[in-house]
Every structure is written in C-alpha cells, then in structure tokens.
Write a protein that binds this ligand. Structure first.
Ligand SMILES: Nc1ncnc2c1ncn2[C@@H]1O[C@H](COP(=O)(O)OP(=O)(O)OP(=O)(O)O)[C@@H](O)[C@H]1O
Length: 563
C-alpha cells in the first residue's frame, strides 16, 4: 500500500498542478453536499419529533418555533441540491480537463525518440495502454480521493454532532467510523489490488490475442495455429472471468461489512439514545436527531467502495504512466551544420536499444549541400539506423549530429485508411491536386491513380489496402517528394519494383531532387548509380568511400545486387 501511494504521487501532483482550484472546489462542494444531506436528515428527524411533542399541549404549541428549523431544513435541502449539482459539474469538468492534459503529456512523452522506437515495436499494446490507463486514472480523483476526503470530513462532522447529544456517544461513534469503516475501505482496497491488476492484464491479453486472430487469420491458418490461438484467447478470457469473480466477491464482502457496520452503529445509537432519553438526559427530538445522523454516517464510506475496488487498475495505470510524465519536451532545436553542408556527423555512436551495443560506433561522415550519397553494406550493418539518426528519430549516444531538416522514406512506410489525396496531403496539407499529380508523376504512379474510378479520391483500406505493394511503395515515395526539406533520406526506394518501373521512379526522383541533398541506403546497383559518392558501412563505421568516376566507385557498384 505504501509503494502504491508512492506510485500515485506523481499523478496526484500532476492533477494538482493542472487544476488545483477546481479540484479543491470539487472536493469542497462534494463534502458540503454530503454534510448538508446528513444535516437535513438529522434536523428533519429532530423537527418532526419536536413538533409532535410540542403539539401535545396548546401552551407548548404556542411557544414552539417552527420557523427557524423549517428555514434550516429548506436551506439544507436547497443547499444539498445546489452543491451536488455544482460538485458534479466542477469535479467532472476538472477530471476531464486534467485527463486531456495528461493525454497530451503522454503523447509528447511517447513521441520522444527512444520511447517512439519502443512504441513502434509494440504499437497495439502501447496504444491500448495509452487509452486504457488514462481512462483508469479518472477514478483516482472521482472515486478515490474525493470520496476519501468527504468520508473523513463527514466522520468528523458526525462525531461533533453526536458529541452535542452525548460526548461518549460521539466519541465512540467517531472511533467506530475511523477504525471500522475506514479500515474496511483499506482492507477492501488491499484485497482488490491483485485481482484488479490481474483483470487489467487479462483484458489486455484478450484484446491483443483477439486482434491477432482477426488480423493474422490467414497466416495462423497457414501455419496451423488457428486452434492454438483460439485456446490462447479462451485462456485470457478465463483469467478475466476469474479476476472478475474475485473482485465481485470482495465487492460483496465490503458491501456486507459496511451494512453490518452501519447496522451496529445504528443499533448502538438507538440503545444509547433510548437510555439517555429514559434517564431524562436528552429529549426525544435529540434522540431522533442522533439516530438519523448515525443512519447517514456510514454512507460516505460506502461511496468509496467502487474506487477501492478499482484501486489495483488505477495503481497499475499510474505505474505505467508515471515514467512518461517525466519526459521533457520533444521539440529539440536541430543543431545546424556548417555553411555548405547538409549534415556533419562527428564521432557519433548510436543504436536503438540502450542495453545493447551501439550499432554505429565513433562514426564521422559529412555531406555537402546538393550532394547525393549512397550508403551500402551488409544487411543489419546499420544503414537504416544512420538514416534514422539523420532524420532525428533516434538520439546519438555520443558525438555530435549537425544537420539540416530531413525527411525519410522508411523501408515499410505507413499508409492510412483515407483517400489517395488524404494520404498525400499528410506531407503537404495545403497542396492542390495539381501539385499532388506532379509528385505522383515523379514517383511514376500518376497513370495508375488516374486509371482508378475515383482517381485521387479513391479510398484506401487499412495500411493502404486496395493498391499493390509496388504502388503503395511509390505512393509513399510521392508523399515524401511533397516534403519541402533540404535533405531527403531514402531507404531502398525501389525495392520490390520491376526494373522498368524502378528506373522510371529513379529518373523522376533525380529530377525532383535537384538542389537538394540525398542519402540513399541501398543494396541495389540501380539506386547507388544515382549517387555522387558511395560509402561502405561495416562493423559500425565507414570501411570505404568512393567518388563517382573513380575505379573504386565502380568496384563498390559491382558489389551490389544487379537491377
Ligand atoms: N527498431 C529497432 N529496435 C532495436 N533494434 C533495431 C531496430 N532497428 C534495427 N535494429 C537493429 O539495429 C541493427 C542495424 O539495423 P539496420 O536496420 O540499421 O540495418 P540495415 O543495414 O539497414 O539492414 P538492412 O540492409 O537489412 O535494411 C540490427 O542489428 C537490427 O537488429
């Protein structure tokens, strides 16, 4: 529990720093509404009993003041309705605004280079967490913090109110509420931690496995694993049901505990009040007042039940989210290179995984403005890593990276469920159809798109479904050509295209790139032919470099895959 509080602290701090006034106001209004409810019940009980007694004789009826108590009752009734309404408005508004700010912070945190790389490796899981964990945190304020504050304040008020009737009764009732009711909430929260966590994990597994089954149906059928996947889904579902069962049992036990605590408190108050009334220490109206106040006393604790049961999920969410909240801003100024350079790398080390050896080691390389560079080398040597570094997607672990703004065409570019136009306009939102057609023509795709019944307005499915693999590659390339950055980075731009189409694409690319600097990571001869210089990457560093027109350039070209 102590560790749990430590986990919640950064999230509570963030909540507080975002909307301290609204959050405090919401808690205050909630406490007022509860106190007004309890007061209303107690005062009404007192008033009804007192007026009944006053009506027994004409003399007492004449002197009985009906105005003050009835005005008090009206005030409490109106106050309770108004504060309840205000509390709902303020607490929900504050929570939604805090969660919106939290989402923004998290998205910024996940957009940091290292975090983004992690996101790419496990997109479904992380996206699910991003949505679900943030949602889980709405119960922290609404169902845990506010009810806890209200319950404690209400317990204090009940103690004070009962102390007016009889100090011993007030003291014992206060102690009962603090030990039994608060204890029940804490025990319930403690017991629900594990099943709450298990439920969240099982739900995550169930979703991920179901998505895998739907998205990878063909592959699973081909490798004979459909049945195994079904069994895995059923297993996650069984775990979810088991966790739900455990939480329901705890819920019932805590509810029964509160009922018992409330009944015992009520019985004890009834007996004490009856005894005191019999002794003549208090009158019947005060006894009725005490009874009804005791009746309302445990209600605020019972309101904590739902939050207490969700504590496991809330803590898990806070634990996952907290590290990302520390992340700074992603907008880091690009260190510009010297005059006449597109980039300058000086003794750079870089990699994807902090725990693993860097992929690039002490690498120094530069490119002048307008120059075209091909980076070649064995598979897995770090060509894409070099492009990611130049695009600012990963941060260097050592050395200096100075570069002009760059755009990168990755090996597996993502296309979206949108029209062809929408996919292209991601790179240039204000580009008109004429400019989009120019980019498509440069990527040798214009004819294909114009042959479609709806042309640029053709809708693509998820991941660009509806076009062939080669067409999707060229669409991604056309999108990059719309990015007006001085440095373009290509990762095997014509991989998967037939020789004729590939050559047309490379010709279009060469003319679109006039005046810009290019880096092409490649295994294919036709792509490297475009370059003014080829560098050979080996063992994390530059193992060779050759300028166009030299025999070494030809030798490096000869090492590449023929067209
Ligand atoms: N996102 C990633 N997370 C962790 N490691 C990665 C990631 N991407 C690449 N790597 C690792 O970095 C190393 C270099 O990979 P990289 O993709 O840069 O090689 P490459 O030269 O471009 O290979 P290829 O020619 O096959 O595309 C490899 O060992 C690879 O496993």
């Amino acid at each position: 529990m102590k560790g749990g509080l430590k986990t919640l602290l950064p999230v509570v701090k963030l909540f507080w720093s975002e909307r301290s006034t609204s959050l405090a106001l919401g808690a205050g209004l909630s406490a007022l509404a509860t106190l007004a409810g309890g007061g209303l019940l107690g005062l009404s009980g007192w008033f009804i009993t007192a007026s009944a007694f006053a009506g027994l004789t004409v003399a007492s009826a004449m002197v009985f003041d009906v105005f003050m108590p009835s005005a008090g009752i009206r005030l409490l009734a109106i106050g309770r309705t108004a504060t309840r309404y205000g509390e709902r408005l303020v607490t929900h508004d504050a929570t939604l605004k805090v969660l919106a700010a939290l989402r923004e912070r998290l998205f910024r945190g996940w957009a940091e280079p290292a975090a983004a790389a992690m996101m790419i490796r496990r997109p479904a899981k992380l996206l699910f967490r991003l949505m679900n964990d943030v949602d889980a945190l709405d119960s922290l304020y609404l169902r845990v913090l506010v009810p806890a504050v209200v319950a404690i304040l209400a317990a204090c008020a009940v103690t004070v109110a009962l102390c007016f009737v009889d100090p011993v009764l007030g003291g014992i009732a206060g102690l009962w509420l603090a030990v039994v009711c608060l204890g029940l909430s804490l025990i319930g929260g403690r017991m629900a931690l594990k099943p709450g966590r298990r439920r969240a994990h099982a739900m995550e597994a169930l979703r991920a496995r179901s998505i895998d089954l739907v998205a990878g149906q063909t592959e699973l059928a081909m490798v004979g694993q459909l049945q195994a996947q079904r069994i895995a889904i059923a297993e996650a579902d069984r775990r979810l049901a088991k966790a739900d069962d455990a939480l329901n049992r705890i819920d019932c036990a805590v509810a029964a505990g509160f009922s018992l605590a409330s009944t015992l408190l009520l019985t004890a108050t009834l007996l004490t009040a009856a005894l005191l009334a019999k002794q003549g220490t208090i009158g019947a109206p005060a006894a009725a007042f005490a009874l009804l106040v005791a009746f309302a006393a445990t209600e605020p604790f019972a309101a904590m039940r739902r939050g207490v049961l969700e504590l496991g999920r809330t803590l898990l969410a806070a634990r996952r989210i907290a590290p990302r909240l520390k992340a700074g801003t992603i907008v880091q100024a690009i260190a510009r290179p010297g005059d006449g350079y597109a980039f300058q790398l000086t003794n750079v080390s870089a990699g994807h995984d902090e725990a693993a050896q860097p992929v690039l080691l002490d690498l120094s390389l530069s490119l002048t403005v307008g120059e075209r560079l091909a980076v070649v080398g064995p598979s897995g040597v770090g060509k894409s890593t070099l492009l990611a570094l130049l695009a600012g997607e990963i941060a260097p672990r050592g050395g200096a990276v100075n570069r002009l703004p760059a755009t990168r065409l990755t090996q597996r570019s993502e296309l979206f469920q949108d029209t062809v136009r929408g996919n292209l306009q991601l790179a240039a939102p204000s580009a008109d159809d004429c400019r989009l057609r120019e980019a498509l023509a440069a990527a040798s795709l214009l004819q294909d798109i114009e042959a479609l019944p709806h042309g640029l307005s053709t809708r693509l499915g998820e991941g660009g479904a509806g076009l062939s693999g080669g067409q999707l590659r060229r669409l991604a390339l056309a999108r990059l050509l719309l990015r007006d950055t001085p440095l373009w980075l290509f990762d095997e731009p014509t991989e998967g295209l037939d020789a004729k189409t590939a050559q047309a694409v490379l010709d279009g690319l060469a003319s679109a790139a006039v005046g810009r600097s290019l880096v092409i990571a490649t295994h294919i001869r036709r792509e490297a032919t475009l370059a003014d210089r080829i560098v050979l990457l080996e063992a994390g560093g530059i193992a060779g470099s050759a300028l166009r027109g030299t025999p070494e350039f030809e030798m490096l070209l000869d090492r590449l895959r023929p067209d």
